[in-house]
Design a protein around this ligand. Structure first.
Ligand code: DOR
Ligand code: ZN
Length: 333
């Protein structure tokens, strides 16, 4: 039995830089035609020229059959000229991190709805850019996404021609807000479809499932599954695969991030199949994203076959989801 996917896309991916980039990027480019590349490097990717340099480093590793859709770190540096330069270079995405909510977000935004940011939103809207948001506050950890909703709604209402993406939705209560505005959409990760707090800390603490936003309650996971399994056109796949070295996960001060790149499509296929939803996988990973973001991915036919996939214990010092376990779908060569 085989499964054919036409140009699957990962709309939220951390590739890092240097040796880590070389280690992890091929795992994604083997499965996906395109991916949205997160800008939270140290220092962050703020300008068009930095993004183009980073894109060239990614292309040097992945080749031309993989389209890295670059994003600029949101901030005061997004002047009218900088936004025009981005558009000119084919960069249409900016990523807003509230300050301090996740890995490498120290340079994020502290007062999201301040006058200066409202002007930037206006310029982004006029330029036809896309605003991707890490939608969390600094509040109580299980309520962080929910307590961000008033800010999300304010931006969505006031900038109705700006396409806004709520990244890595984790809370069932976010879904109806994303659905209720014509200009808002959401990405959903593999780990939020698979796990709850019980998996993270119900028995022995599993640092490899620690991420932001954190995995939540069974009812949240079920609601996310419902929208993904129905192929709902407002939502698409964004893995948020975020590699950290094992030494940075299995320690005190464990970094936030789940590394899922090696298993993304096989694990999605297994999950969708187990729930009788295989017919919606293509909408979720192939069709919805190009329509939402308005881009054409390179032609890439990706085939999976029903066969045992033994997931490696480590990928260059990084522990993947399902490390040392096996999945029932494998990527064809
Ligand atoms: O868990 C996370 N890890 N969430 C993010 O938003 C960032 C990411 C990372 O960069 O490691
Ligand atoms: Zn992320």
């Amino acid at each position: 039995m085989t499964l054919t996917l036409n140009s699957p896309c990962d709309m939220h991916l951390h590739l890092r830089d240097g040796a880590m980039l070389e280690n992890v990027a091929p795992l994604s480019s083997a499965q996906f035609a395109a991916a949205v590349i997160m800008p939270n490097l140290l220092p962050p990717v703020c300008t068009t020229s930095e993004a183009l340099d980073y894109q060239a480093r990614i292309r040097a590793v992945c080749g031309e059959s993989f389209l890295p859709l670059m994003s600029l770190f949101f901030g005061a540096h997004l002047t009218k000229d900088e936004i025009a330069a981005a558009k000119q270079a084919g960069i249409r995405l900016t990523k807003l991190y509230p300050q301090g909510v996740t890995t490498n977000s120290d340079k994020g935004v502290s007062a999201i709805l301040c006058e200066q940011n409202l002007q930037i939103f206006e310029m982004l809207q006029d330029a036809g850019m896309i605003l991707c948001i890490h939608s969390e506050t600094n509040g109580f950890v299980l309520e962080r996404e929910h307590s961000f909703l008033p800010i999300f709604v304010e931006i969505a209402r006031n900038f109705p021609r700006l396409t806004i993406i709520m990244e890595h939705i984790s809370d069932a209560r976010s879904l109806k807000f994303v659905e209720s505005f014509p200009n808002t959409f959401g990405t959903i990760t593999l780990h939020h479809l698979l796990f709850t707090l019980d998996d993270l800390l119900g028995s022995a603490l599993n640092p490899h499932l620690f991420c932001k936003p954190c995995v939540k309650l069974p009812r949240d996971m079920r609601a996310l599954r419902r929208v993904a399994f129905s192929g709902n056109p407002k939502f698409c796949f964004g893995s948020d695969s975020a590699p950290h070295l094992r030494t940075h996960k299995e320690c005190a001060q464990c970094g936030a991030g789940v590394f899922s790149a090696p298993v993304a499509l096989p694990a999605l296929a297994e999950l969708f199949e187990n729930h009788g939803a295989l017919q919606s996988l293509s909408a979720f990973v192939c069709e919805n994203a190009p329509r939402i973001y308005g881009f054409t991915p390179p032609q890439k036919v990706v085939r999976l076959r029903k066969a045992r996939f033994d997931v490696a214990a480590e990928y260059g010092g990084v522990v993947s989801l399902f490390a040392g376990k096996s999945l029932s779908w494998i990527l064809c060569d």
